[in-house]
Write a protein that binds this ligand. Structure first.
Ligand SMILES: Cc1cc2nc3c(=O)[nH]c(=O)nc-3n(C[C@H](O)[C@H](O)[C@H](O)COP(=O)(O)OP(=O)(O)OC[C@H]3O[C@@H](n4cnc5c(N)ncnc54)[C@H](O)[C@@H]3O)c2cc1C
Length: 289
């Protein structure tokens, strides 16, 4: 249901935005790209704090991390050379499939992960690449691992008056990763997202992440598949077995786009494809080292 905006506030710094949120947290909402904020929650009267001019849109690399400001748009990330070079370019590969370019220019990092519709593209990438979510309010700062952040609906993870300022990914250990999306058309809402990543060690898999989303309410890691892959060399048979295992512990959603039975039949194929794609990148990774 739509919200009614009583005041539209445009702070020019993060400090000012946090102060505005702290004044009346129950009746104040943050606005990222503004695509879904007007529809969030029950109808109510709110003050809107537009984060556009708060300066938290930087994409940067530090000694240890790739950092993406909460107000960077998905299109900024797709076009960023820093994102392109990270983990074999999987961020760009995945985010390029989200919506259309004009919509990607509006969707922000912060809005995408707080709203976290089941089709959201960034959350499974964040989990698979060991991402961290950085939050801040007037009183405190904290950092949460993406796997914990998405364990329950992100809106409920935020304290009153708290904002996401940034997400970050560790640069080491270097991971190979691959992304797969199933949708009716190339930029339609996803029916299934799969993101896999691992650290290659002497040709074998170490520290695997297999994340499934869009066919579940929140993105989930497939622990059983991850344990199965540990120490394996990925080939067709291993990827196929991993695909079959992926459906075991995942509660698949059914909706008007696709039934849970359909998703259960297709998910193994996507996991298999993602693993074989990652293995191909691993060969390039070793060759280019
Ligand atoms: C046709 C269409 C297709 C789409 N397809 C995709 C797709 O394939 N993949 C995909 O990922 N998305 C897709 N989207 C976008 C997605 O559905 C959401 O609308 C979008 O992620 C919301 O981002 P936003 O920046 O506009 O957030 P907003 O609408 O501004 O905010 C969303 C929520 O997050 C809160 N919020 C925003 N920023 C912050 C912050 N920094 N800190 C704390 N809280 C914050 C707001 O208060 C609000 O509750 C699509 C949208 C459309 C219209």
């Amino acid at each position: 249901m739509p919200v009614t905006v009583t005041d539209y506030l445009r702070p020019s710094s993060l400090k000012e935005a946090l102060a505005l949120l702290a004044e009346d947290p129950a009746k104040t909402i943050a606005v990222g790209g503004g695509i879904s904020v007007v529809l969030s929650g029950a109808p109510r009267r709110v003050r809107a704090v537009d984060l556009q001019h708060t300066g938290i849109n930087e994409i940067k690399k530090t000694k240890d991390e790739l950092c993406l400001g909460a107000m960077a748009s998905l299109d900024d990330l797709v076009k960023s050379p820093l994102c392109g070079k990270f983990a074999g370019g999987v961020l760009c590969e995945g985010l390029r499939t989200a919506a259309t370019e004009p919509i990607r220019r509006l969707i922000t990092v912060g809005g995408n992960i707080v709203q976290c519709y089941y089709w959201a593209t960034l959350p499974p990438l964040l989990i698979a690449l060991d991402g961290r979510v950085h939050l801040r309010s007037v009183e405190h700062r904290r950092t949460v691992k993406a796997s914990e952040f998405f364990a329950r609906p992100p809106m409920r993870q935020l304290d009153r008056g708290e904002l996401i300022t940034e997400v970050s990914f560790p640069l080491l250990p270097k991971r190979v990763a691959a992304f797969e999306k199933l949708a009716k058309t190339s930029n339609d809402y996803a029916l299934i997202h799969v993101v896999v990543s691992y650290v290659p060690k002497r040709g074998k898999v170490s520290d695997a992440r297999v994340v499934v989303a869009a066919c579940t309410n929140l993105p989930v890691r497939c622990a059983e598949v991850e344990s199965y892959l540990e120490g394996q060399t990925i080939n067709f048979a291993v990827a196929k077995e991993a695909g079959q295992l992926a459906t075991h512990h995942v509660k698949l959603r059914g909706d008007f786009r696709a039934s849970s039975e359909y998703r259960r039949r297709v998910l193994p194929v996507l996991v298999q494809r993602a693993l074989l794609k990652a293995a191909k990148k691993q060969d390039d990774f070793i060759t280019n080292r």
